[in-house]
Design a binder for this molecule. Structure first.
Ligand code: ZN
Length: 133
């Protein structure tokens, strides 16, 4: 059995340590069931087929879950508190990220529209979309 992870132009290290040079988010799409995922794996988490191909993810979406982190890891010590978020991307797939602008549960609501912000920090950073005028 082939245990190689799907071919990708991005590495797990880039995923963990951020997309500081990237303007896009990258993930995988299952060619069997069309599931879009941001996470590396040997097989599709939904159908189990080993048919993942690289896929460009969208930059915009909505918050579907979040929590406030007050005791972060070393790389985020100066940013706490901040929100750790799960974002459902408009183009498909869910991704975890963080929002340094969110300091308490009163600063964010489920379904808030957000967009990816490339930066030098690890992880995938999001910011709120500007409210409609
Ligand atoms: Zn699948």
């Amino acid at each position: 059995m082939d245990d190689a992870i799907p071919s990708a132009s991005h590495t797990v290290d880039e995923w963990i340590h951020g997309y500081e040079e990237g303007e896009i988010l990258r993930g995988f799409r299952c060619t069997h069931c069309s599931l879009i995922t941001a996470t590396w794996g040997l097989a599709c988490p939904r159908c189990g087929q080993r048919t993942l191909e690289e896929h460009t993810l969208g930059r915009t979406g909505r918050v579907v879950a979040f929590t406030i982190l007050n005791v972060p890891g070393d790389e985020f010590l100066n940013d706490a508190p901040y929100a750790y978020v799960v974002v459902e991307l408009d183009a498909g797939g869910r991704i975890t990220g963080w929002m340094p602008s969110v300091k308490s549960v009163d600063d964010l609501t489920i379904h808030q529209r957000v967009h990816f912000v490339p930066g030098y920090k690890p992880g995938v950073q999001f910011a709120k979309d500007a409210p409609p005028e």
